[in-house]
Write a protein that binds this ligand. Structure first.
Ligand code: IVH
Length: 676
């Protein structure tokens, strides 16, 4: 087949899928068997894998999960539905607790109580009750906005429709998991791959009568917005839930300390196979609500909770090849291409090998028979290889000393924090010089947490790149749409949609903009810190004129690693050009401070010395939440210097000289109407 014929074949298969999807999601009709559907889907994906010029926005590689159905109204969650960080080992848990203790300035031997709750693998939902009446039910959606699935939720017997207990809050969003019991799933005639898909499919039926046919369950475990809730901790809340008529997980347990969490984890893991519902881990939540509030969230997950995942499924397969992928930051990641194998319901054909050291340590070679592990949602990895089964002529894998994309030398950097040489080898070229790095930078730029341009996914980036339509981020905003219209798979309407999506995203917050730049070591949280510090794009841009970056160390949360990375980014000529060009096409909004009429309005603070029971990060959050500002040095701009134990004498003397008010912790807390 020539290129034209392949494209024709590909487009016809994609169109079929599009038709099936529309019928399934919008008309609630299955016009093809699941098997047939899966086969066509696989053919499309295989074609894309073999012929990289194939692309379509209707391809299953571009549509993630379920397409939001047109049947449901969207509605905002009053309080976002967060996700959870993952822990896979005891070490991860120890670190989780350490972060909490550091943040709260607690002594190492302080005992924290946790509510340990088995994590049911279902679909989360948020149920709003007003004056005891079930008022509205939303799906999680993207966490901020969900689908209104009230009518379907009403068919679930576990959801009380009216609650008349005296202590039931005036208004509350009760959140929990909708799921199907394994025994019920087995007797279902529908062809769903697993109970979770069945629950999700059933909840999204257009017709609640259809939902009713599938025996859905609901287990409650948390709340969103509330007014009138009189409970101080999670475990008491769980008790209240069952008093109010909700089902809660009978295996929930109040536990103190990591050792006991692990003990409980092992016990539940043993019971796991005999439970009538699928669980994929245990959620640990700091029990005390006041402590939870102090801890707050990082990005979209709470600091006070974590999901301890069960170890995964393993399988044996053959390593067909070892490919080197190049990431946005130049990291060379070896990936094993393995003979496709089903691990716990997912077909796996790639497994990460982490880095060069890992390959050497485990002596992993092409042709080896390997044990592959898939844990939770993380990328599968190679656990070990069977050296007995190795052929005589097998050769040790030699890691490339030059970048496979641009040929530049590859290097291992010295990490100033760990004082060790990095395990990761990197392409030493300057960002945009290396094609692979550039492409990855662009993928990051349009990604969900960055510019989040609808319909502009990774495949499109690759395709436009190959067609030389884009090379730098600014090119996305200067696209030649008339040219795109002539491309295969594109038409007037899809181009119009793309143009609209791009135009919409020209207006962006400083925080997202900084994150989008893909500066190494500057993730969402650091981008937020920088945006709060610089407030405006012009202030940020001034970084490129700087020669000394040391003052950035005064930003709480920004360390030497980040400062070095910021320095190398802003002194790079290509990056400076990108910033100049982006400035011309974008409207970058100033960072707005959280509220502007709090108790500390128009007041600036600086802390010196260690405070008692409260960390720097928390003081900073407290000040900002109350409309105050923290600044990084003593100057005429400073209103209050807060002194703790062992303050810097120079700062105190200088502040006194400038007649700045010097206060201690108690005086500071008094300003916030707090006593301790
Ligand atoms: S609490 C802020 N508790 O896990 C806390 N979640 O990745 C977030 N889940 O979407 C939710 N059992 O679907 C919580 N006992 C439990 C849970 C639980 C299952 C799911 C839930 C959520 C996901 C978080």
């Amino acid at each position: 087949m020539d290129k034209k014929e392949i494209k024709k074949l590909y487009n016809s298969k994609v169109n079929l899928l599009k038709k099936y999807n529309e019928n399934y999601f919008d008309k609630n009709k299955s016009i093809v068997s699941d098997k047939e559907y899966d086969e066509i889907k696989k053919e499309v994906l295989d074609l894309e894998k073999n012929f990289s010029y194939l692309v379509s926005k209707y391809s299953p590689s571009q549509i993630v999960g379920f397409k939001p159905s047109k049947n449901f109204k969207k509605s905002l969650h009053k309080i976002p539905m967060l996700s959870l960080g993952n822990a896979f080992s005891e070490e991860d848990l120890i670190n989780f607790e350490k972060r909490i203790k550091n943040y709260l300035s607690l002594k190492n031997d302080f005992k924290i109580s946790y509510s340990a709750e088995p994590k049911i693998d279902g679909i989360s939902a948020s149920l709003t009750f007003k004056n005891g009446q079930f008022h509205k039910g939303l799906s999680r959606g993207d966490g901020k906005e969900g689908e209104d699935i009230t009518e379907n939720l009403k068919t679930i017997k576990d959801i009380p429709k009216k609650i008349s207990h005296k202590d039931f809050p005036e208004e509350i969003d009760i959140r929990g998991e909708v799921f199907i019991q394994n025994s019920d799933f087995k007797s279902l005639n529908e062809k769903f791959a697993n109970p979770r898909n069945a629950a999700s499919g059933s909840l999204r039926q257009k017709n609640p009568e259809e939902t009713k046919k599938i025996p859905l369950n609901f287990i409650a475990y948390t709340f969103g917005y509330e007014s009138g809730l009189k409970v101080n901790n999670q475990f008491d809340f769980l008790k209240k839930l069952s008093e109010w008529g909700f089902k809660t997980n009978p295996l929930n347990k109040l536990t103190i300390g990591i050792k006991n969490l692990i003990k409980n984890y092992n016990e539940i893991e043993k019971k796991r196979a005999n439970l009538d519902f699928d669980i994929d881990g245990i959620v640990y939540k700091v029990n005390d609500f006041a402590t939870q509030r102090r801890l707050g969230n990082v990005a979209n997950a709470p600091r006070w909770a974590i999901a301890h995942k069960f170890s995964s499924n393993k399988a044996v397969s053959k390593i067909l090849d070892i490919e080197i992928q190049i990431g946005r930051t130049g990291a060379l990641t070896p990936v094993a291409k393995i003979k496709p194998i089903n691990i716990g319901g997912v077909i796996v054909s790639n497994a990460t090998l982490h880095n060069e050291d890992e390959i050497n340590r485990k002596d992993i070679r092409v042709g080896d028979t390997a044990v592959i592990e898939r844990a939770g949602d993380v990328i599968p990895h190679i656990l070990s290889v069977d050296k007995q089964k190795r052929l005589k002529n097998s050769k040790k894998f030699i890691f490339p000393k030059n970048c496979p994309s641009c040929g530049s030398e590859t290097i291992k950097e010295f990490n100033i924090v760990t004082k060790k040489v990095d395990a990761v080898r990197r392409c030493s070229s300057e960002g945009y010089y290396c094609d692979k790095i550039s492409i990855e930078k662009l993928k990051h730029f349009v990604s969900k947490e960055a510019f989040n341009i609808d319909g502009f996914g990774k495949k499109i980036v690759e395709n436009f790149w190959k067609l030389k339509l884009i090379k730098y981020p600014q090119d996305i905003f200067n696209l030649d749409f008339s040219k795109i219209e002539t491309l295969d798979g594109w038409g007037k309407l899809s181009v119009q949609n793309l143009k609209y999506s791009i135009d919409q995203k020209k207006n962006i917050s400083l925080e997202r903009f900084i994150y989008s730049l893909g500066i190494r070591h500057i993730g969402l949280e650091n981008a937020k810190l920088l945006s709060k510090h610089f407030v405006s794009f012009s202030e940020l841009k001034n970084l490129s004129k700087k020669t000394n970056y040391e003052d950035l160390l005064n930003i709480d949360g920004i360390g030497e690693t980040q400062v070095n990375s910021i320095k190398s980014f802003f002194s790079n000529e290509a990056n400076k050009r990108v910033l100049n060009e982006l400035e011309k096409v974008l409207l970058i909004k100033d960072a707005n401070l959280i509220s502007d009429d709090g108790l500390l309005k128009n007041k600036t603070f600086l802390v010196t010395g260690t405070l008692d029971g409260i960390s720097r990060a928390e003081v900073k959050s407290l000040i900002e939440e109350n409309s105050g500002k923290t600044i990084s040095s003593v100057s005429k701009k400073l209103n209050f210097l807060i002194i703790g134990e062992k303050p810097t004498k120079k700062k105190v003397d200088y502040a006194k000289q400038l007649e700045i008010k010097v206060i201690d912790q108690a005086e500071f807390l008094k300003m916030l109407n707090k006593t301790s």
